[in-house]
Design a protein around this ligand. Structure first.
Ligand code: 3PG
Length: 306
């Protein structure tokens, strides 16, 4: 069996070594395609592989067509909006993710962005502290829960909205559950996004919603750029000079944000949330183990497609 790691944004070396050990212990060969720039490179590399490990890399019909022996793809991470699940099913390929494995890394970065913004991007002027501030967590999955855990250490007053999570789970974490998403934005000066990108969430963070935020509102996005309606946000930042936006996912309209809203906007140049050695090791090794479990024992835990 041959396993390919195909990552535009490479894992830490130590994670690759861990994945290699898992594969070799199972008697599998490991191949590596890192920092590829053309889709064609991926199409050629998948031609003879049985299993594929990716991150945010696009795995579409062309990839499945080119990968004649492919049996399983594991997205080493949480969000799987980069993988065409219907095509996977049509090609008889199992798709999995590794939920929770990189969530601490992402949530720590949310605070990195938050502190940078509330300290005015370190421009020397007095900022504000997180202690006692109302924090809104939009979607209470693995990352949202880690954000709540860290926010407690900062002494923040924590609120969360999640249509799919019970209020008992939030209350057990010391988080105030919010029933209507609008109320989260009305209540909290800082809102941190942790939504997956789906047809339901796409562009759902729009003008009307963010405009509900109190004065000096700060929106933090370590989720996906697509969940925010960028045109709306551009318009809103123009209409409300008190609002700020910090994101780990460079928007399509990055240049407009930079040009029009200096001092109120920041984006990391590359998505860095999950880019720690620990997250790479956790997600990468989990991916390798899931592949071995599926190929040797038919274990389908974490399977995403039918
Ligand atoms: C995820 O969905 O797991 C995170 O957004 C991390 O994505 P990455 O592996 O592309 O950094």
């Amino acid at each position: 069996m041959k396993v390919l790691i195909a990552t535009v944004k490479p894992f830490a070396m130590v994670a690759i070594e861990g994945i290699r050990q898992e594969c070799e212990a199972a008697g599998y060969e490991l191949a590596l395609l890192e920092r590829y720039t053309e889709k064609q490179q991926l199409l050629e590399a998948v031609a003879d592989v049985d299993a594929l490990i990716v991150r945010s890399d696009i795995v579409d019909k062309d990839v499945f067509d080119a990968a004649k022996q492919l049996k399983i793809v594991v997205r080493a991470g949480a969000g799987y909006d980069n993988i065409d699940l219907d095509e996977a099913t049509a090609h008889n390929v199992c798709v999995m993710n590794t939920p929770g494995q990189n969530s601490n890394a992402v949530s720590e970065l949310a605070f990195g962005l938050m502190i940078m913004a509330v300290r005015n991007f370190y421009d020397g002027k007095p900022g504000i502290e997180l202690k006692g501030r109302k924090l809104g967590i939009h979607a209470y999955g693995n990352v949202g829960r880690n954000v709540a855990r860290i926010a407690k250490g900062f002494g923040m007053d924590i609120y969360a909205y999640d249509a799919y999570c019970s209020k008992e789970v939030m209350e057990a974490d010391g988080v105030h559950p919010i029933e209507k998403v609008e109320d989260l934005y009305k209540t909290c000066q800082i809102v941190s996004l942790h939504l997956p990108m789906t047809s339901e969430t796409k562009e759902s963070v729009n003008y009307d919603l963010v405009n509900l935020m109190p004065r000096n509102g700060l929106l933090v996005n370590t989720a996906r750029k697509e969940v925010v309606n960028e045109m709306d946000l551009l318009r809103l930042l123009n209409d409300r000079l008190d609002l700020r936006y910090v994101t780990d996912i460079k928007p399509n309209y990055h240049d407009e944000f930079v040009h029009n809203y200096p001092g109120r906007y920041f984006s990391t140049p590359k998505k860095m949330g999950a880019q720690t050695s620990e997250a790479n090791i956790n997600a990468g090794i989990a991916a390798a183990r899931q592949i071995v479990g599926y190929l040797k024992e038919g274990c389908e835990k974490f399977r995403l497609n039918k």
